[in-house]
Design a protein around this ligand. Structure first.
Ligand code: MLT
Length: 304
């Protein structure tokens, strides 16, 4: 019988063309799907159907899936590690430059000149308010040296920065292709006390809930630029707000806006765009489709 696949979020339809003759694919709810493929839809309240054997997250994080409950129900849960790494790396590049060069405030101000006279003169006079800093020779801390963090660390080496890397799970950093010029450190304090900019690239787990808290922010250099394109629960927002108010954190860039971050000073809110490119979406969809077909057809689990 044709296997039924429940899709959420209309992910990369092109990636499904190869299997559409062999599987019944539906973006509308179906009663008893053999597999579920999703992007950011939240499955916490979902009652799993008896036939469901596989859930594929077309992205890196799995915190929108009740993994333990699914596993207990005998469902294999897979993700697509690295599929969107380039998309997130490029957004990190934008975040570093945007925060260092006051680009957001500058753009808002430039936009406010619409309809006014003497725009050239006003720009000449006003641009002094947006003088920024270059990245070259600054110290960059990368927390998490997996497929995304590793690429960000290497990119920052290319920017001419001194890069410090920290990863609670990685000791053989060469396995991730991280540039040998990245200074590996085993403690977060070093990252915060040394670096001008810090970027988070770890998944969210119970253990690292609020890993960025008042204790660690106490080590930060004044004016730190903190970038979080990873997950919201990593940062204790009350502690962060206090650090922004005291000037210890100069700018926070976050790809998971919520009411609090939208109301926080010196915060650049991005509407979760890290993986929002057709390239990343297609890579991620193809990765989980391959895993799914291999599991449903051959019983192989190949989450890499
Ligand atoms: C991820 O976990 O990789 C992202 O949340 C993916 C996405 O935005 O779809």
């Amino acid at each position: 019988m044709t296997k039924q696949i429940q899709l959420f979020n209309n992910i990369a339809p092109k990636a499904f063309e190869d299997i559409e003759d062999d599987y019944f694919l539906s973006n509308e709810p179906i009663d008893n799907p053999d597999a579920i493929i999703l992007r950011s839809a939240k499955l916490h309240d979902m009652t799993f159907a008896p036939e469901t054997k596989y859930i594929g997250r077309a992205g890196a994080g799995t915190n929108n899936i009740p993994v333990e409950r699914a596993t207990e129900a005998g469902i294999v849960v897979c993700n697509a590690p690295g599929a969107n790494a380039n998309g997130v790396k490029e957004l990190a590049a934008m975040s570093l430059v945007m925060a260092s060069r006051n680009v957001l405030d500058a753009l808002k101000w430039t936009d406010s000149l619409k309809g006014q006279d003497d725009i050239a003169a006003k720009i000449e006079a006003g641009k002094k308010n947006f003088v920024g800093r270059e990245l070259r020779h600054k110290k960059m801390g990368v927390i998490g040296l997996g497929s995304i963090g590793g690429r960000v660390a290497n990119m920052c080496i290319d920017f001419g920065m001194t890069v410090y890397g920290y990863d609670p799970y990685v000791t053989l950093r060469s396995a991730w292709g991280v540039d040998s010029r990245v200074k590996y450190t085993e403690d977060l304090q070093t990252i915060f006390s040394e670096c001008d900019l810090v970027s988070l690239h770890v998944p969210y787990t119970e253990e690292n809930h609020h890993m960025i808290n008042s204790d660690i922010l106490a080590y930060a250099k004044d004016g730190l630029i903190l970038i979080n394109l990873a997950r919201d629960g990593l940062v204790d927002l009350d502690a962060l707000e206090a650090a922004i108010e005291s000037g210890r954190v100069g700018t926070y860039v976050v790809d998971f806006p919520e009411e609090k971050t939208l109301n926080m000073r010196n915060t650049i809110n991005i509407p979760h765009l890290g993986a929002s490119t057709p390239e990343s979406q297609e890579n991620a969809a193809r990765m989980v489709i391959n895993q799914m077909t291999d599991y449903l057809e051959n019983g192989n689990i190949t989450n890499s």
